[in-house]
Design a protein. Structure first.
Ligand code: HEM
Length: 466
């Protein structure tokens, strides 16, 4: 069938939906509604941009399994144009084609496999120890001595500290300290980036407007990466001059191996922070919320931990493989609240999808939020049921393409193993130390889209001593 025959909302109704009815904060809901109304494949126009949305697990699998060697997520011309204009390189998120392939193959050697991430266990556990102390301090400031208001603030610093430790091989003590200039700069930049993403992910014409470089200039800045990289370079130079041994994190490796230019290292340092902080902290926040709301699940997870590790033992990456339920908790949290509710791909060949001929160069939107709530794939889809992820036998397995929160294939999340490890290790320690409960300050929280899928209000929960 021809693309012209494909159903979908009219441009005018999209404009009303987004500009009149605050659609930007409800992109996940609109995705669900459109799939119900128009079917599992539908088209939308956003100004000049045509987007074909796919809300079907098997079609999503077909697209991702057939990908070439350098898949393209979306049109990043504006982003790249701005960077070229300023003499800046692009990082993994924004790079395309051969440049992306080259950078990805350098970075993947260090962070992609579970055993690569396992190297960071010691560093992560040190930050977790600070996290526990911080929980104790923060709850002592509240009248009931137990509630922490807006847990995301805490997890944001935790996620940033871990990435700093992995990248620069040093602690910035963000969880311990109250605030410092670097933190404010980074928080500000990530905030700007989030605003930018809400516009970019909506594929609205604003990103293609004549003043695009001006628009982007407001948002994209490498100051975060530059601070770290320049400091590290100076340090390495003086160590080399003194003949000292060189050790350290990812940055040291990148600077010493010289496989990427310094500009590319700036860009990747920045983009990894942008990609790895909010995503992880929102997921941790949702997980604590869901566990507080589901004491019976929390009890089962606690028993699993205690049976395997007792109440004091520090977990390692290897231990996590013996704790299927806690892994199920993370998968189920990301199914209910996928930080990226949708993802993009630009077709690199003509393709037939769902019976339609989709020409090369078409922007596809993969509707992960919708497939995650598909009752045929996940019975009682709205319920938090981590046990659905336990593999009893091959037949009972949940088919992963319905919920792929880290993407799939060669362009999937490069930080997946790090994110999983930092979430698992912190949850295990938190649950060994505390029972997470609702408090009188816990209000119902739902998702809203703000670039990423974020909580629509603060998550306030109690951490009660075990
Ligand atoms: C819960 C946490 C996280 C989630 C849910 C998540 C999810 C994702 C998703 C869905 C993508 C797009 C994949 C695709 O297009 O197929 C992505 C890309 C990416 N993520 Fe993550 N992410 C998380 C944490 C992290 C962390 C901790 C890092 C850094 C260490 C990171 C770095 C990146 C980068 C650099 C990309 C771009 C990869 C490329 O284009 O080659 N992410 N992530």
């Amino acid at each position: 069938k021809d693309l012209r025959e494909m159903p979908g909302p009219k441009t005018l109704s999209n404009l009303i939906e987004f500009f009149w009815k605050d659609g930007f904060s409800r992109i996940h809901e609109i995705q669900l509604n459109h799939a119900q109304q128009y079917g599992k494949i539908f088209k939308s126009h956003f100004g000049p941009q045509l987007v074909v949305s796919i809300a079907d697990r098997d079609m999503v699998a077909q697209i991702l399994r057939l990908e070439g060697q350098a898949p393209q997520r979306s049109n990043m011309e504006s982003w790249q144009e701005y960077r070229e204009l300023r003499g800046r390189a692009t990082g993994l998120i924004s790079a395309e084609g051969d440049q992306w392939l080259r950078m990805r193959s350098v970075l993947r050697q260090k962070v992609v496999k579970p055993k690569d991430a396992a190297v960071f266990t010691g560093g992560i556990n040190e930050v977790v120890a600070d996290l526990i102390k911080r929980v104790n301090f923060l709850r002592s400031q509240e009248a009931d001595g137990e509630t922490i208001c807006n847990v995301n603030d805490l997890f944001f610093k935790y996620a940033m500290e871990i990435l700093a430790c992995i990248q620069i091989g040093e602690f910035l003590n963000l969880v311990r300290a109250n605030k410092c200039t670097t933190v404010s700069t980074i928080i500000g930049s990530i905030g700007n980036y989030r605003e930018f993403l809400s516009i970019l992910t909506s594929s609205f014409p604003i990103v293609h407007c004549p003043n695009q470089t001006l628009c982007l200039g407001l948002f994209l800045d490498d100051s975060i990466g530059q601070i770290h990289v320049d400091n590290k370079l100076k340090e390495l130079q003086s160590k080399l001059e003194c003949g000292e041994e060189i050790t350290g994190g990812l940055l040291t490796y990148l600077l010493m191996s010289k496989e990427l230019t310094v500009e590319e290292i700036y860009a990747n340092t920045t983009e990894m922070l942008l990609a790895g902080v909010d995503t992880t902290s929102f997921t941790l926040s949702w997980t604590t919320y869901l566990l507080a709301k589901h004491p019976e699940v929390q009890q089962a997870v606690y028993e699993e931990i205690v049976n395997n590790l007792g109440t004091q033992q520090l977990p390692t990456a290897e231990d996590v493989s013996k704790l299927p339920l806690i892994r199920g908790v993370l998968k189920e949290t990301l199914r209910l609240f996928p930080v990226l509710p949708g993802n993009g791909r630009v077709t690199q060949e003509d393709m037939v999808i769902g019976g339609y001929l989709i020409p090369k160069g078409t922007q596809l939107a993969l509707c992960h939020y919708t497939t995650s709530y598909d009752e045929d794939l996940f019975p009682s889809a709205k319920e938090f049921r981590p046990e659905r992820w336990l593999r009893k036998d091959n037949l009972d397995r949940v088919d992963n393409f319905g919920s792929i929160p880290f993407g799939y294939g060669i362009r999937s999340c490069i930080g997946k193993r790090i994110a999983e490890l930092e979430i698992h290790l912190s949850l295990i320690r938190l649950l060994q130390a505390f029972q997470i409960d609702v408090s009188s300050k816990t209000k119902p929280v739902g998702p809203k889209t703000h670039g990423l899928l974020t909580p629509d209000g603060p998550i306030n929960v109690r951490f009660v001593d075990r």
